[in-house]
Structure formats: structure tokens, C-alpha cells
Ligand binder design. Structure first.
Ligand code: UDX
Length: 718
């Protein structure tokens, strides 16, 4: 803000008038006016509120700009006898000022023999047949572009009044024809800014223009590396609009290495507790999602009064329906309003998202906060987004350790993902800020007033053969509605649903590699980290038998349920086809991890969570990763196999994890170390016993007299 104030105080050269045409209040106009403010440029916006009759700007058109400017110039000619008045005209939706007006005027005056200077580009548009008539074509930008020009009132007036032009006619063609008329060109002294000394058009010039953002002492700027100029006005003509959205994140003092993100604070709104806006929270469960329970819990934890939230809970996954329904029944009364869309409604993703948006647009709600089940956001995220002041803004969410996020930095010509030069820097927080980007998904906030005008009202998520969010973002881009992503703070992350296999019992247990954060939070013992506290006295119930909290009660319960659902317990005989030799000397009733697809997972638990414990207490023994061929759950029960005779394990050390609780789930049981005549019977749920396997720790499994005892065993480093 201080930057803006000091800049507005700077003097505006009196002799210069700056005009643009903008019929509507677009995000592009807002960016343009901000850049003007930053450089203290006083712009008069012409045509405001008028109906645009200049055609679809993807084709020829724009004559209306001439007619609107002509009216103004006529007025000036009448009231002004200073025919040396300088006038600068630019487009506005896709233009930014990069320097103060004094610099622009001085540059203009340095052009020899020039009373009117038009910007120049690489395409002869809209009529390429005229290319041959240009006097100079061996230059960087041979052809006239009408998105920016500067000149003296008298000559400009002559140009504008040269002949009538219809609103639908093409403004660029009109000026081109005047320029190509040698007599007019010479008498009116019209030149083109071939080298982009002032005007840089971006269409066709993307490889000529370099963003210099890595400068520590200065604000970022663009350089034309072909002409070695540093342009003072940039215009994203034609299909180069998205490039300016990217450059605009840095230019006009938006962001710098030194100052950080100016755009993050300029629009900030203070949320007043007694006038909080109403928000529709639209939740989408479109695919089987790991750790959905935690996701639903997170909805309850959003830091915002529920009386101000209208909930739409859409689930399209039958597998999750019971859980979602339970959540809804338990919580819906807390919200201002609440609505469900169920799998049985047979509504497509695009339709569901459109329903939510339209419901919000057509009601009193001020904002729509759309959140997909793969998003894991911190409670304060909604408040941050609301107070950012941006109309469409996503909190950056990334899959931990990957480059996969909920935004794209750029887009290719087919409308798919492309990597922007700053994408990795944003993802890794090497640069922090609020970034104008072409695609956001999974979690974002939208201000509904933006969607209440006629054009935007009909925006939908349903376009045939297109992903719903891609269709929606494409619609926003078409309408010039800017999307932003913020990585100013750490807002959370995305879970990875890719390998989530709901044909498994408790698929979340299997999700440890893809979703480590959720997996650890749910399945590691709450006290696991206490094991590593400085000076901690580890429990040792028998000599050299250590005892550690390792896994959570929830883990133990689900682990048992995975085994029981699989159900193929061994028969307890000496013949065991699962083993290489086919023979087991001390057989138990058990299920091997290989049988339930958890071998890799368990070995990972050994390496990541058990090995550090071993290294701490049996010092000097390092074996990474631990090797273990025998990893299995044993079931002891009176009517099956109640105990196990004394034996050695073929391991360097053995671990024995208690999966259930004595005197609750069973009676009797435990492990007796014969040499020490020492037994551990009061085992604790999720706690691990660790002891040497051979020679000293000859041991037996004590008899279970009632119920069923489950333990998880590994013979580590056999
Ligand atoms: C390019 C040329 O650069 C431009 O001079 C010519 O008129 C058409 O081709 P482009 O930049 O692609 O234009 O068009 P766009 O920016 O969409 O429109 C030109 C300008 O007209 C806008 O920047 C804005 O200043 C004005 N405009 C356009 C409106 O005021 N209202 C509208 O609805 C559309």
C-alpha cells in the first residue's frame, strides 16, 4: 500500500492524456488500472458501462474503440488549442504499464520525425495479404498493432476522422490502411515501434521476451532479448493473454525477491465477526478416497460459524456412502442449510458441480468454497481465502514429496497441463505469493457476485468429453475471469488416491506409501515419538527384552480384521507349503503378510519405525534395511492352538507386537523367557516386545485359557 501511495503522489505530466476503452469492469481492467496507479499514470477509461458492439475479439472487430476515442478527441479538439497535446491510447483488458508516463513520453520523443507511433507486432493481422505493402519488413516486429499508440492530438484527430468506421469493423485494419497509404504516413509522420522501445506485443514474441525476476536490487521487468530493449508497456494481443497473466504476477511491482508479494496485501479485507459473509461449502467425493473419515472430520473443523455455512455434500462413491450418510445425519443440523447428492441420484460430476454453483448464485450466499475429498486443509484456510480479497482463489495443495498440485502454472494449446517456468518454485515455496494461473482444482473459493452477470451466470462444469474442472476453468479463461492460487502460507496438502484399492479390507492400512501423513497420524502409536525423547528410560520387563509403544489401537484392530477377513489360518502342522523347505519345526496358527499383500508394508514398518528403536537399545548393530522373511500374525485360542512350546527363533532379534489386550480380549497368554524364568503377561495394546532370537532368549508362548490372543511376529535378520 505504501508503494501505491507514494506512486500516486508522483506528478503526472500535465501535457499528456492517457485513454483506454473498457466497457466492462473486468479483472483485466483491474490489473491495467493497478499498473497505472503503481506508476502514477492518470488514465481516463472511456466507454464504461456501454454495450460492447465491437464483436467477438477472437475475430476481426474493435471498431467501436475508434468511435469511442473519436468522440473524446473531438471534445479535446474543441476545448483545447494545444495541438501539441500528447495522447496515449492502449487497450486495457490485456495491457500493463511498466514505467511512469515521463519515461514513455521521453521515449516517444526520441523517435525521429514521428508525430504518431503505433505499436508493432509479428503478424500482419487481420489481413495478411497486406504484408507486401509494408515499407520495412526486415525488422523484429514489422506490422502495425492497434492495441497501443501515442501521438499528438492534431495528427491523431486526423487519423480518427479519416473516414467513418463501424463498431464491428476492425480497428487494426483501419489504422493499418492509413499507415500503408504512403502519402498519409509521411504527412502525418506515422511510425511503428518495431523494436518495442515502448510497446511490447506478446503474440508471436514469447521467445523474444524474457522475464527478469531474479534480480535482488530491482523489481522484475521484461527484456526483449532480440532488440535489447526494456519495454514500457506490455500488451497480450490475440491468443497470448495467458502469458500476461503469468508475467503480471511479477510486473508492475507485483512481486520481488526483496519485497515479496505486493499482490498479497493490496486487496486484503478485514473479516468482521458480526458481518461474516455466508459461504456455501460444496463437498465433492468423486472417487474412492483414502482416509475419508479424517476428511469429513476436517469439514467439522473449518474455523467458521456453521450458521454462516450452507453445506452441499455430494458423494458419488457407493463404497463411502454409509460413512458419508452417518456424517451427514450427525452434523447437518448445525449448518444454515444442508443438502445431499447421493450416488443413487445418478448425477454426473459436471452436473453436480454446476448444481452447487447455481444454487449459490441464485441464493443469498456470498461465496462458494468448493472442496474435494482429496484436499486436506487447515481449519483457517477458508478465513484466509475470504480475507485475501480475490474473487477466485485456491489455497495451494500439493501431494507431499511430489510435484502434483491443485493448480497448473501454464496450459498447452490443447488445453492440458503445461509447466510454467516458476511452477516448481511455487510448489516448493521458493517463491511465495498469490499467483494468477490458468487452472485450479480440488479446493477453491469463488465470490458469487462475479457469477451473477448474464455471461458468467451460464458458466457450467459440463462440457462433453471434458473433465469438469477443466471445462469450468476453460469457461473462466474465456470470460477473462482470473483464477489465483496462493502459497503465501502452508494450507495443507492433497492425499493420493491413485493406488487406493477398495477391494481390500481396510484399504487405508495399505495406503502407507501414498499417504504417509494420514497413515502415521492414524496408525502410529500416540506415544511413538516419546521413545526417542532424550534420557528416556526404556521399559525392560525381562533381561534384554525391550518394550516400546509402536502402533495405535486402531492399527491393531484393523490389522486383526484384515487377517480374519482373509481367514486362511495355517493348520498348525509341521508341513507348511508357504515355506521354502515346506517344513516348520515349531508351527503356529498364523497368516503370513505375503498372503494378505502386506509384506512390503510390514517391511517398511520394520525399516522406518522398528529399526530406529533397535539401534537405540542394541547399540552397535546396524542393518538397514532389516531383512525379515517370516512376518506373520499368530492366533492363540483354547480350542485351536492355545500355546507354543519352548524354542529359539531363527533371527538376530525378534519382535512381538500385541494386537489385543489380556483380560479384555482373552485370558492367560504371554511370553516366558526360560533362562531368566521371566514372563511378560500384561502385554499392552500396540506395544512391541523386542528381544534377541537365539542362545539367550529361549522362550515359549504361554497358554491362552479364554478368548483369542493375536500377536504380530517378525524374525529380523535371520
Ligand atoms: C487485438 C489488437 O491488439 C486490438 O487492437 C484489436 O482491436 C483486435 O485485436 P486483442 O488484444 O486480442 O486485440 O483484443 P482484446 O484485448 O480482447 O480487446 C481489445 C480491447 O477492446 C480490450 O483490451 C478492451 O480495451 C476493449 N474491449 C473489448 C472492451 O472495452 N469491451 C469488450 O467487451 C471487449
Amino acid at each position: 500500500i505504501s508503494i501505491i501511495l507514494s506512486q500516486t503522489k508522483a506528478t503526472v505530466s500535465d501535457g499528456i492524456k492517457v485513454f483506454t476503452v473498457a466497457t466492462d469492469d473486468t479483472h483485466g481492467l483491474e490489473r491495467f488500472l493497478r499498473s497505472a496507479r503503481i506508476y502514477g499514470i492518470d488514465v481516463e477509461v472511456l466507454g464504461k458501462g456501454r454495450k460492447w458492439t465491437g464483436g467477438d475479439m477472437n475475430y476481426a472487430g474493435g471498431g467501436q474503440k475508434i468511435n469511442i476515442l473519436k468522440e473524446k478527441v473531438l471534445e479535446l479538439m474543441k476545448s483545447n488549442d494545444n495541438k501539441d497535446q500528447i495522447i496515449l491510447f492502449t487497450d486495457s483488458y490485456d495491457v500493463m504499464f511498466l514505467a511512469p508516463i515521463e519515461d514513455i513520453v521521453n521515449k516517444f520523443k526520441s523517435f525521429k520525425d514521428t508525430r504518431v507511433l503505433f505499436s508493432a507486432e509479428q503478424f500482419c493481422w487481420p489481413d495478411s495479404k497486406l504484408a507486401g505493402q509494408y515499407p520495412k519488413t526486415e525488422v523484429a516486429n514489422p506490422y502495425l498493432n492497434s492495441g497501443g499508440f501515442i501521438g499528438y492530438l492534431a495528427e491523431l484527430s486526423e487519423i480518427l476522422n479519416y473516414k467513418p468506421v463501424k463498431d464491428l469493423d476492425d480497428d487494426q485494419l483501419y489504422y493499418t490502411k492509413i499507415y500503408l497509404d504512403k502519402e498519409l504516413r509521411q504527412s502525418l509522420k506515422i511510425s511503428l515501434d518495431h523494436e518495442s522501445k515502448i510497446f511490447q506485443n506478446l503474440n508471436g514474441a514469447l521467445s523474444d521476451v524474457q522475464l527478469r525476476s531474479n534480480t535482488t536490487e530491482d523489481w522484475p521487468y521484461i527484456e526483449n532479448v532480440v532488440t535489447k530493449e526494456r519495454p514500457l508497456i506490455v500488451h497480450a494481443n490475440g491468443p497470448s493473454k495467458l502469458t500476461l497473466n503469468h508475467l503480471g504476477n511479477y510486473l508492475a511491482k507485483s512481486w520481488s525477491m526483496k519485497e515479496g508479494c505486493a499482490l498479497c496485501t493490496e486487496k486484503k479485507i478485514e473479516l468482521k465477526e458480526n458481518e461474516l459473509p455466508s459461504v456455501m461449502v460444496a463437498v465433492f467425493i468423486e472417487q474412492p478416497t483414502p482416509f475419508l473419515e479424517e476428511f469429513l472430520q476436517q469439514l467439522n473443523n473449518i474455523d467458521y460459524p456453521k450458521s454462516k455455512i450452507h453445506l452441499i455434500l455430494r458423494n458419488n462413491v457407493e463404497y463411502h456412502e454409509t460413512e458419508v450418510d452417518e456424517f451427514f445425519q450427525a452434523n447437518f443440523k448445525n449448518y444454515a442449510t444442508a443438502k445431499r447428492i447421493k450416488p443413487s441420484d445418478f448425477i454426473s460430476e459436471g452436473e453436480a458441480r454446476t448444481i452447487a454453483k447455481d444454487r449459490c448464485v441464485n441464493s443469498v450466499c456470498d461465496y462458494l468454497f468448493s472442496i474435494d475429498s482429496v484436499s486436506r486443509v487447515k481449519p483457517k484456510t477458508l478465513r484466509y481465502l475470504l480475507s485475501s480479497g480475490y474473487d477466485v482463489i485456491a489455497p495451494m495443495l500439493v501431494r507431499p514429496g511430489q510435484a502434483w498440485s491443485n493448480f497448473w502454472g501454464a496450459i498447452n494449446s490443447a488445453g492440458f497441463y503445461a509447466r510454467s517456468s516458476d511452477y516448481m518454485d511455487i510448489v516448493y515455496y521458493a517463491v511465495k505469493g498469490i499467483w494468477n494461473v490458468p487452472f485450479i482444482t480440488n479446493c477453491y473459493l469463488m465470490k458469487m457476485s462475479v457469477f451473477r452477470n448474464t455471461e458468467a451466470k451460464s458458466i457450467s462444469y459440463s462440457v462433453e468429453d471434458t473433465d469438469a474442472d477443466m471445462a469450468f476453468c476453460s469457461n473462466l479463461r474465456q470470460l477473462g475471469i482470473f483464477m489465483h492460487v496462493s502459497n503465501e502460507l502452508d494450507f495443507g496438502h492433497l492425499v493420493n488416491p491413485e493406488n487406493y484399492d477398495i477391494s481390500r479390507t481396510h484399504p487405508d492400512v495399505y495406503s502407507m506409501f501414498d499417504n504417509k501423513i494420514e497413515w502415521e497420524a492414524r496408525y502410529l502409536h500416540d506415544d511413538y515419538n516419546i521413545n526417542f525423547e532424550e534420557g528416556r528410560k526404556h521399559l525392560m520387563p525381562c533381561p534384554d527384552v525391550y518394550w516400546f509403544p509402536l502402533m495405535s489401537p486402531r492399527f491393531c484392530k484393523e490389522w486383526i480384521e484384515v487377517m480374519e477377513a482373509y481367514g486362511q489360518w495355517s493348520d498348525g502342522s509341521n508341513n507348511d507349503k508357504r515355506l521354502e523347505g515346506g517344513y516348520e519345526a515349531v508351527p503356529t496358527r498364523d497368516i503370513h503378510m505375503t498372503q494378505v499383500g502386506l509384506d512390503r508394508h510390514w517391511l517398511h514398518i520394520l525399516k522406518e519405525y522398528v529399526r530406529p528403536l533397535q539401534e537405540m537399545v542394541f547399540t552397535g548393530y546396524y542393518h538397514n534395511p532389516p531383512v525379515s522373511i517370516m512376518n506373520f500374525v499368530v492366533r492363540y485360542r483354547p480350542d485351536e492352538q492355545p500355546s507354543l512350546r519352548p524354542h529359539h527363533d531363527s533371527s538376530t532379534y525378534t519382535i512381538n507386537l500385541a494386537l489385543n489386550t489380556p483380560n479384555v480380549d482373552y485370558e492367560g497368554g504371554g511370553c516366558r523367557f526360560i533362562r531368566y524364568n521371566c514372563s511378560v503377561q500384561n502385554t499392552k495394546l500396540g506395544w512391541l516386545l523386542m528381544h534377541p532370537g537365539r542362545l539367550t532368549h529361549y522362550h515359549e508362548g504361554l497358554r491362552v485359557t479364554k478368548g483369542t490372543r493375536y500377536i504380530m511376529i517378525s524374525f529380523v535378520d535371520p
